[in-house]
Design a binder for this molecule. Structure first.
Ligand SMILES: [Zn+2]
Length: 159
């Protein structure tokens, strides 16, 4: 950010306070919600269609909307990306990561849940993924985002 979103005055980098009108902008992480859908020792992975990290294995998930609770966002994202209803299980943790927003690395708060499919058949949204696969929990590939590697590595330790 270089200019105040309220009055257009110059602000400089975040965190910033606009000298003209007093508006303050902070560099807070944006929350994301992701599901680890587990079945028979395997987890569901989607091959990303979009940048960043197009072509990499990803977990179903995405950014929270406005005042949406991350747990609600996790269920919504699974429905949008896979066409299924999921039920969340235990939290798999929260991690701070970074996300490339059009060349700018910004902080994200990545929230993970274990989940199971409770309704519907998988029909992958092609704008999200080119294919999906059930991958072995005890031998996960390198995933699109480092915290996915961390959370899957943690699962390997506890499973
Ligand atoms: Zn201002």
């Amino acid at each position: 950010m270089r200019y105040c979103p309220r009055c257009g005055g110059p602000t400089g980098d975040l965190p910033a306070r606009c000298a003209a009108c007093g508006y303050e902008a902070f560099l807070n992480p944006r929350p994301t919600a992701t599901v680890i859908i587990v079945r028979d020792g395997r987890f569901l992975a989607i091959r990303r269609t979009r940048e960043p990290r197009a072509g990499w294995w990803d977990l179903p998930g995405g950014f929270c909307d406005g005042f949406e609770h991350p747990a609600d966002a996790a269920v919504r994202e699974a429905r949008e990306e896979l066409g299924v209803t999921v039920e969340l299980g235990e939290s798999a943790g929260m991690y701070i990561g970074e996300y490339d927003f059009q060349g700018e690395l910004l902080p994200v708060l990545e929230c993970f849940w274990f989940a199971t499919i409770t309704g519907g058949e998988i029909a992958l949204d092609p704008s999200e993924g080119s294919e999906y696969a059930w991958l072995a929990l005890d031998d996960p590939p390198e995933m699109a985002f480092p915290n996915m590697d961390r959370v899957l590595g943690r699962m390997r330790l506890v499973s």
